[in-house]
Design a protein around this ligand. Sequence first.
Ligand code: RIB
Length: 302
Amino acid sequence: MKKEKKILVVGSMNVDMVVKTSRIPRVGETLLGGVFNQYEGGKGANQAVAANAIFPGTAFCAGVGGDTIGAEYLKYLRGRGLDVSLVRSFKGAHTGVALITVAKEGKNSITVAPGANMLLSPADMRKIDFSKFSHAAFQLENSLETVEAGLEQAKLASCVTILTPAPGRLLPNSVLKNVDYLVPNEIEILQLKRGYASIDSAAAGLLKSGVGNIIVTLGERGCVYFNGEGKTSFKPCSVRAVDTVGAGDCFTGSFMAGLRIYGGDVGKAIKLATAAAAIKVTKAGAQSVGTFAEVKRMLKKF
Ligand code: RIB
């Protein structure tokens, strides 16, 4: 019997060290914060956990340090039901760390020391049998060469590809041409090419560069979808946010799983992703995603 294809996230694993404050500190300022917490994070792992809540058995490929933190993190991901057989452990490197400040109303600022995430290589991408996967998602917390090679290999194997261009940076057409769904936020979309002044003009330029579809996430204002036929706005799910860290990752991971279970219906996948991200922001921690049952309940209120 033919095996059902899985979905794959290639990306980062970080330990998130989070301090709650009344506001984000200014440059040069020391701010006395509040409670400290440590959570599992990293844009890739966040996406993989969110996707797995909707589509169990999601596979994850990453670089982890040869430290205790890395070993514990891997054990935790296995415990959440992810297939981590493609995660590479790098002796002598540290697992990625993110220093995060979460201010009132859930606003945040993040600094990442990528460690082992940057050691995942283009050669690692060429070793993956992408034909086992129907969809593959990437972000930009690995080296650009690795992301470029991964997208290329995934496209060659006819995967539907998704890229979250975060952290935002300039991207060459050699990367963009292999992206079926680009999912930036409203800041990141303007950072992808020089001279982009508005979301609409950036989206038009990116579609010309070969990107298939673009979904710009707008936080509490929902999101907007661009493809060759035009632009469609999607409303948000209104909730009281306590922690927005990982909300975009939850959106993308759930979106990919949604594309998979709804046979490529973009509108349905976007609504599912919006509901999933709304649940995530009501809880602390980048991977505090809802179950599929909770997401479906939230969808009914949408
Ligand atoms: O997108 C949120 C994530 O960004 C955090 O979990 C942190 O690890 C950084 O990678």
